[in-house]
Write a protein of this length. Structure first.
Length: 107
C-alpha cells in the first residue's frame, strides 16, 4: 500500500502526477486548460460558443480546480510534440510563403 498525505486538495496531487507523468506536464496542462475554461465562462454572455465547456460536473468555482478534476477523470491529456516534426512543418510553411511571395513578384 502506498503512503499518501492527508490533504485538502481533491483530487489528490499524487493521482494527478500519475496521470500527467511529470509535475511540469501537470502544471502546463492544468494552466492551459484553466485558461480555456476561464475564456469559456467569459464568452458565455456573448453567445459565441466556440470554446469547449468543462468536461466534468464540478462544485468547484475556480478554473484550475475544474481543470485538475478533468485531468483526474481522464477527460483531457497532454500530447507529446515532436520537435523535429514541428521544425519541419515550420520550414515547409516558410518555403510555401517564400514561393507565394516570389510568384507575386513575378506578376
Amino acid at each position: 500500500m502506498t503512503w499518501q498525505h492527508d490533504t485538502m486538495m481533491n483530487p489528490p496531487i499524487e493521482e494527478l502526477l500519475d496521470r500527467a507523468q511529470s509535475k511540469f506536464r501537470l502544471v502546463t496542462l492544468g494552466s492551459t486548460r484553466a485558461r480555456e475554461i476561464n475564456a469559456y465562462f467569459g464568452q458565455l454572455d456573448d453567445g459565441l460558443g466556440q470554446l469547449v465547456p468543462p468536461q466534468v460536473t464540478s462544485t468547484a468555482r475556480k478554473p484550475l480546480s475544474i481543470a485538475f478534476e478533468e485531468i483526474a477523470a481522464d477527460k483531457i491529456e497532454g500530447v507529446d510534440i515532436d520537435p523535429e516534426a514541428k521544425a519541419a512543418e515550420a520550414q515547409a510553411e516558410a518555403d510555401a510563403l517564400a514561393a507565394a511571395a516570389a510568384e507575386a513578384d513575378d506578376e
